[in-house]
Design a protein around this ligand. Structure first.
Ligand code: NAD
Ligand code: DAU
Length: 354
């Protein structure tokens, strides 16, 4: 079996669901269930004997050690993290605690377990760390996309904490020989995306008749990848990646934020027109920019294609249409995640942005 951390979050849940769509190997899920963790994402697995869910912290080395000894997974996929840049600006501490200290404790527990394995199991074991393109910093308009050798220049508390975790993972390979793999992926979108992030927030706000808040001039560029393509890339790296290597994952889909918001509005105009027949674009408002806002991310995904033969299956057009459809078809899920703590966050982040 494999152990997946952060499996009740956006990408982790998609990964576990897709894993079972591909094969029969069991999964043990470890998730702290923070505001971003939602067991409803895994509801279709209820009662499935292949899936064991444990609520817990990756920083709890005793718990992780006990799970490793009990279930003897052949691999660990580490998705668990605090993931939202704006939250890291308002309160960095949780990011340091989970992304840096938590990853350290997880690595220590894994090292102790791995050291005690017999040689054959030791050789076959993998620790796959899921990271982000944000560790590379911000690109100017004409600079080449981030390759795996681009220097680390994280700009937000979130990206700095992810960069630190990447360095720890690298060091555990270099120093102790732990068989690690690291992936650095661009912006994901798709089902189960928590509506604090750009695309789901725009869909949810549009349908609720609320403003669509675009930070600054809306010309910041992100490189978008449909979440299921990220999951297939991780499966590919797990199966074929070279030990100690880093693989950048991206969809070759650079888009300005304002264009993303326009696309979402156009799709909603088609699929769920406003009752007054006006476009959802009427709801766009420009608000104060994110402090330290990175201008452009772009991933050079040639290494994973060349070495492992991975390519995304979705274009942005097909992926965004599926995504908007999913939110229209899953309004119950949206309602359930908009808890009291979600509403408090929305007030905190957007109050005073003007
Ligand atoms: P998310 O915030 O939706 O989910 C994170 C999950 O981790 C939640 O279920 C949460 O409960 C859990 N978690 C948080 N702290 C924990 C802890 N201490 N112990 C155990 N579980 C804990 O995040 P996501 O968007 O699914 O991102 C998953 C991973 O992928 C993160 O490591 C993130 O840095 C990385 N990543 C995300 C994107 C993206 O566009 N969303 C892109 C590239 C990389
Ligand atoms: O690049 C990968 C990263 O993508 C991941 O590592 C992070 O975990 C993930 O959250 C995401 O970070 P971003 O900051 O790029 O995503 P977010 O959806 O928060 O914002 C996308 C862009 O949209 C960014 O330029 C800020 C802008 N934005 C965001 C929100 C929430 C707005 O203009 N308005 C908004 O209300």
């Amino acid at each position: 079996m494999i152990l997946v951390t952060g499996s009740a979050g956006f990408i982790g849940a998609n990964f576990v669901l897709d894993w079972f769509a591909q094969g029969e190997e069991s999964v043990i899920s470890l998730d702290k269930l923070t505001y971003a963790g939602n067991l409803e994402n895994l509801a279709s697995l209820k009662g499935d004997p292949r899936h064991i869910f444990v609520r817990g912290d990756i920083g709890d080395a005793e718990l992780v050690g006990q799970l490793l000894r009990q279930y003897c997974p052949r691999a660990i996929i580490n998705f668990a993290a605090e993931s939202h840049v704006d939250r890291s600006i308002h309160g960095p501490e949780d990011f340091i605690r989970t992304n840096i200290v938590g990853t350290f404790h997880l690595l220590e527990a894994v090292r102790a377990y791995w050291s005690g394995l017999a040689d054959a199991e030791k050789d076959g074991f993998r620790f796959l760390h899921v990271s982000t393109d944000e560790v590379y910093g911000s690109l100017a308009k004409d600079e080449p996309a981030f390759s795996e050798t681009h220097r680390y220049e994280p700009n937000s508390p979130y990206s700095a904490s992810k960069a630190a975790s990447d360095h720890l993972v690298r060091a555990y390979h270099h120093t102790y020989g732990l068989p690690v793999l690291t992936t650095n992926c661009s912006n994901n979108y798709g089902p189960y995306h928590f509506p604090e992030k750009l695309i789901p927030l725009m869909i949810v706000n549009a349908l609720a008749g609320k403003p669509l808040p675009v930070y600054g001039d809306g010309q910041q560029i992100r490189d978008w990848l449909y979440v299921k393509d990220h999951c297939s890339a991780i499966r590919c790296v797990l199966a074929k990646g070279r030990l100690g290597e880093v693989y950048n994952i991206g969809g070759w889909n650079e888009k300005a934020n304002l264009d993303i918001v326009h696309t979402v509005c156009t799709l909603l105009d088609e699929l769920r027109p406003r009752t007054d027949s006006k476009s959802y674009r009427e709801q766009i408002v420009f608000v104060t920019d994110r402090p330290g806002h990175d201008r452009r991310y772009a991933i050079d995904a040639r290494k994973i294609e060349r070495e492992l033969g991975w390519k995304p299956a979705e274009t942005f057009d097909t992926g965004i249409r599926k995504t908007v459809r999913w939110y229209l078809d899953n309004q119950g899920w949206v309602g359930n995640v908009q808890s009291g703590s979600y509403r408090q966050w929305v007030e905190k982040n957007y109050a005073g942005r003007g």
